[in-house]
Design a protein around this ligand. Structure first.
Ligand SMILES: Nc1ncnc2c1ncn2[C@@H]1O[C@H](COP(=O)(O)OP(=O)(O)O)[C@@H](O)[C@H]1O
Ligand SMILES: N[C@@H](CCOP(=O)(O)O)C(=O)O
Length: 322
């Protein structure tokens, strides 16, 4: 379920009329996603040509002051040829508007489907596109701090507290100390750019092995590029049983390095950063787990999945990128 707000046909038509995108033909709520309300919108122009867009109403965890960063970044990357949706601007030039007291943006629809069992060839393509995105974003003029950095993850786990973490799984409280160790890592000398930081397979659209879209930039921030690669590695390179898929991991990093070589400091810190990346998802998932009512329509994500990945990186250590 990811339509939290009901918008009637008249509301939708009035909203679409603010853009130079033709007349509203249909708007269907999209079930995927957990954070925002999304609709697939179809329009028809005066000359009869159809067009498709994604209408997003921002619901949770988004500070509206960050919207210019997120939406301008999409336009910046798209203008540089990255497979990222453009933001449609309304007739007054605004990239978002207020509807029913919430911010709404109309975004270019991109074709493709998200892989459920990514192959090594797909991981290679994603690695290459991620590196292209990092290079294309280096001259983006805005910046945004990472609200989900390693210190924030430790703070979230602290706020959950050992007892409540143990109520989810007895192994979770041990992650508190590891989160504090991750928060102490100095990332400040690593090369930085604008980063996605949530590039899970469900945030990538593909046709076969080709990436057609990177979407859901709502955790994007300014920070170390290798952290983004580590998040993507942790998100793409394990199967449903939690086993590491070595050929996907090798292909992802090779794809990335086909466009941008990692510096020695990035290679050296990769296992520690990958462990910190796992704890970021342990923290947000544990918090969601404790805050989501049992009868909510949203499916809770299991924090233990990323505890197991943390253990993999802990054991793999420096051998991982050797
Ligand atoms: N630009 C786009 N082009 C095509 N489909 C999109 C686009 N943006 C979002 N979607 C679809 O909407 C779904 C939910 O979008 P997403 O931004 O991931 O929502 P949430 O932030 O709630 O997780 C995606 O899984 C995808 O199917
Ligand atoms: N990718 C995160 C959850 C964030 O959800 P999204 O639908 O906004 O990408 C996770 O798997 O924990």
């Amino acid at each position: 379920m990811a339509v939290y707000t009901h918008l009637g046909a008249e509301d939708l038509a009035r909203l679409i009329a603010q853009y130079d995108v033709g007349e509203l033909v249909s708007a269907k709520g999209i079930a995927e996603g957990v954070s925002n309300s999304n609709w697939l919108v179809e329009t028809i122009g005066a000359e009869g040509s159809g067009a498709r867009f994604i209408l997003t109403l921002y619901e949770r965890r988004i500070d509206y002051a960050d919207l210019p960063y997120f939406l301008d970044l999409l336009d910046h990357l798209s203008a540089k040829g990255c497979p990222v949706p453009r933001t449609m601007h309304d007739r007054a030039g605004a990239s978002f508007r207020m509807v029913e007291g919430k911010a709404a943006a109309l975004i270019e629809f991109l074709p493709g489907v998200s892989p459920t069992r990514p192959t090594a060839a797909q991981a290679h393509s994603v690695g290459a596109v991620l590196a292209r995105m990092h290079l294309a974003a280096r001259d983006f003029p805005l910046s945004r701090a990472n609200a989900m950095d390693f210190a924030a993850s430790a703070a979230i786990l602290d706020a959950c507290g050992a007892d409540r973490l143990a109520s989810i799984h007895p192994d979770l409280p041990a992650m508190l100390a590891h989160a504090h160790s991750a928060a102490a890592i100095d990332l400040s000398a690593l090369p930085a750019s604008q980063t996605h930081t949530d590039l899970f397979p469900d945030n990538v659209l593909m046709r076969g092995d080709k990436v057609t879209g990177l979407i859901d930039f709502y955790f994007a921030c300014t920070g170390p590029m290798v952290l983004d690669l580590a998040v993507t590695h942790a998100a793409w390179c394990f199967d449903a049983a939690g086993q590491y898929i070595a050929d996907c991991g090798t292909a992802l990093v090779a794809g990335y390095e086909s466009i941008r070589s990692l510096e020695p400091a990035e290679v050296a810190l990769f296992p520690a950063i990958a462990k910190g990346a796992c704890l970021r998802f342990v923290a947000s998932r544990a918090e969601d787990w404790l805050e989501t009512p049992d009868d909510a329509l949203v499916t809770r994500k299991d924090p233990m999945q990323f505890v197991e990945r943390w253990r993999f990186y802990d054991e793999a250590g420096a051998g991982l990128l050797a």
